[in-house]
Design a protein around this ligand. Structure first.
Ligand code: FCX
Length: 435
């Protein structure tokens, strides 16, 4: 039952050696190539970075340190046997590559609890922000307001040696992860409950702590939150939020600055904001049905109306995935177990049969299947979180686990500042078209 830090110290030593060997053996081999179309097309599928905490298979979906979501649900310690995994267990796995024992998770929970109390000056900053600002903007401001606590920034300024940077990065990352539930809950209460905030109960795990501070008292919702915070944590390195954290961190901006950048990217409608847009769209679908029971026929027509008006169908499609997202499937299973008769869940279920057909028929999308965002809002709404503009903040609390674990490894492996080469269209014409 070694401590997190002890395991990390050992693993980092081993991994530094492994990377050196890999680079020595195949350092000059080509990992991927980039066509002109890929350069104009968001660099889709270009293999140009390494990222250790998770890997996305287009057909299988995400694996956290090699473990699929069903494997994580089975192996990672939860609050009770057979329950959903604790996100704290996943954090241990992402950082170390090892499935933790119950004692190791308990120790990490205690470590996080000891860091969880938000300083008054951060609360003050959050309370001074207009509640009309989008919750993601408030969340990002809250994260930036903690920047003066950065051990990484302080020690770097004092001239800390490079081989110690990961330790300071870990310090900041644990502090951030520990405090984010309270930042999120304050944003929630300030935006929708006239600023009536609730105290943090530091004895609780991060999921239950978060739901209680938001104002909910329902063990079943706590279980959903554990699943939610686990499955949204990481999605390999190239997505907007993960890559933003990595990119900004590569300039040796501290974890607070880096993670805030990631959250600004998560706030975009093609990324994390899709979970908000899905529920907005589902409610519009319901309104359009005007009391009629949903059928494949009337839903097909509504989907075409959405596409013909120039909009995407939120929650469907993916830049990498080519099958139904396993994060969608495990939420569907949760819904089948706990809310099979919920009206919105039944609509989501029927749309699962309709939308992929419509999108395939339209013939534009690379992947017609649902992603994680197609389901999450339905579950949150069922347990009483009806404020859709808040949904992406919960995604953000979770994304910290993966992106910050990865950031610790970036510093541990001494990754340099990122600086890919760009070219102009003129350059392409001169060098490729007129060659
Ligand atoms: N509805 C309608 N059209 C869609 C679509 C959808 N759900 N998904 C993709 N398309 C369109 C694209 O807009 C593009 O059209 P264009 O050529 O006219 O610009 C075409 O299909 C090809 O895009 P494709 O290669 O399939 O997808 P991309 O890799 O470019 O983009 C996203 C992937 C996820 C951005 C895209 O599928 C989308 O906009 N989906 C809806 C929003 C969403 O659910 N985002 C969340 C994704 C994810 F899970 C997350 O990051 O949280």
């Amino acid at each position: 039952n070694a401590s997190l830090k002890e395991i990390l110290e050992q693993k980092i030593g081993e991994m530094r050696e492994e990377v050196a060997q890999v680079r020595h053996a195949v350092g000059n081999q080509v990992l991927g190539t980039c066509t002109v179309d890929q350069a104009y097309g968001g660099m889709r599928s270009v293999k140009a970075m390494t990222y250790e905490t998770s890997l996305l298979d287009p057909n299988e979906g995400i694996r956290f340190r090699g473990y699929s979501i069903p494997e994580c649900q089975k192996l990672l310690p939860g609050i009770k046997q057979g329950g959903e995994p604790l996100p704290e267990s996943l954090l241990f796995l992402l950082l170390t590559g090892e499935i933790p024992s119950v004692q190791q998770v308990t120790a990490l929970r205690e470590e996080l609890s000891s860091r969880a109390q938000l300083p008054d000056r951060v609360k003050k900053t959050l309370n001074s922000v207009s509640p009309s600002l989008h919750p993601m903007a408030q969340f990002s401001i809250g994260i930036l307001a903690m920047q003066s606590d950065s051990v990484f920034a302080r020690e770097y300024a004092r001239g800390a040696p490079k081989n110690k940077w990961w330790e300071y990065c870990l310090e900041d990352s644990l502090t951030l992860i520990a405090r984010l539930p309270q930042v999120a809950a304050i944003v929630y209460r300030n935006t929708y409950y006239q600023g009536k905030q609730l105290e943090a109960d530091l004895k609780l795990d991060m999921s239950a702590r978060l739901t209680k501070m938001m104002g909910f008292q329902n063990p079943e919702f706590d279980e959903l939150m554990r699943l939610y915070l686990t499955i949204h944590a990481d999605h390999e390195g190239g997505n907007v939020s993960a890559h933003s954290v990595r990119l900004v961190g590569s300039a040796l901006s501290d974890p607070f600055l880096s993670f805030s950048a990631g959250m600004n990217g998560l706030a975009g409608p093609l990324h994390g904001l899709a979970n908000q847009n899905v529920l907005t769209w589902l409610l519009q679908v319901k309104e359009k049905l005007g009391g009629q029971a949903p059928t494949k026929e009337n839903l097909t027509k509504i989907c075409w109306d959405t596409l013909n008006s120039g909009n995407v169908i939120p929650g469907f499609g993916h830049a990498v995935l080519r099958r139904t997202d396993p994060r969608y499937m495990c939420q569907r299973e949760f819904a089948l177990k706990h809310l099979p008769n919920d009206e919105i869940f039944q609509l989501v279920s029927l749309l699962y049969e309709v939308v992929p057909k419509v999108l395939s028929e339209q013939g534009k999308v690379s992947n017609p299947w649902p992603n994680v965002d197609a389901h999450s809002g339905t579950l949150l709404r069922y347990y009483g979180v009806k404020e859709m503009t808040f949904y992406t903040v919960l995604f953000g609390v979770s994304r910290a686990l993966g992106t910050l674990s990865s950031l610790v490894w970036d510093r541990a492996l001494g990754l340099p500042i990122e600086r890919p080469k760009s070219v102009t269209t003129r350059w392409i014409k001169e060098n490729l078209v007129h060659k």
